[in-house]
Design a protein around this ligand. Structure first.
Ligand SMILES: C[S@@+](CC[C@H](N)C(=O)[O-])C[C@H]1O[C@@H](n2cnc3c(N)ncnc32)[C@H](O)[C@@H]1O
Length: 190
């Protein structure tokens, strides 16, 4: 979407998973530069070989993998690399602060998914099961097995914990611009 909307932009896509990077390269080709990196590991931003400040950093359903220390580092690293006025946009599943609201938010999200018939589609586990049976993906899956893939360590972090970390990292404004259930789009402006 970004490549289509910003044909003159340089788009760098980052993930730690060789299979997903391989699928991205096969589908999007040269419109995007793909980089394998473990986001949040000290020095991870160096792997991106950026030669100028960033206009935007965009993520979907990935940053909830990061534990608090790694997330703090990532928000600081990105605040340092974004130009003044640049944005971080994160679409992610983030917990509510109050335990009771977590349950309600989950129920609201589930009912919306049912109304949109999203549950009738392949889910995460069945997608992976199907990928493992596809001979065309065997080499990428072997590569994947040789990598230290990220564990999901930040699912307990709430929306307000993310906003606090963003402000402490140096973002001037941070807040949700869209929310449904526990799905949020958070924008932070440098
Ligand atoms: C649910 S998938 C989302 C993939 C993609 N962002 C999208 O929206 O379609 C989560 C992705 O986050 C990646 N990921 C999680 N933690 C990561 C980390 N620390 N470094 C790099 N990639 C990470 C996983 O490898 C996985 O591809």
């Amino acid at each position: 979407r970004l490549a289509a909307r910003l044909p003159h932009g340089e788009i760098v896509a980052v993930d730690a998973d060789p299979l997903l990077l391989g699928l991205g390269r096969a589908y999007y080709g040269p419109a995007v530069r793909f980089v394998e990196a473990l986001i949040g590991r000290p020095g991870w931003l160096g792997a991106l070989a950026l030669d100028r400040p960033l206009d935007a950093a965009v993520s979907t359903t990935a940053l909830h993998y990061l534990g608090e220390a790694a997330l703090r580092r990532v928000y600081r690293d990105l605040a340092d690399r974004l130009r003044p006025g640049g944005v971080l946009v994160n679409g992610d599943h983030l917990r509510q602060d109050a335990g009771r609201l977590c349950e309600i938010a989950r129920a609201v999200g589930r009912r919306r998914a049912e109304r949109q018939r999203a549950c009738g589609h392949e889910d995460w586990d069945s997608w992976w099961a199907a990928a493992h049976t596809d001979p065309e993906l065997a080499a990428l899956l072997a590569e994947r097995r040789s990598r230290p893939l990220p564990a999901s360590e930040g699912e307990h972090l709430t929306l307000s914990a993310h906003l606090t970390l963003l402000r402490e990292a140096g973002f001037r404004h941070a807040g949700p611009v869209w929310q449904f259930g526990n799905s949020h789009v958070v924008v932070a402006v440098r």
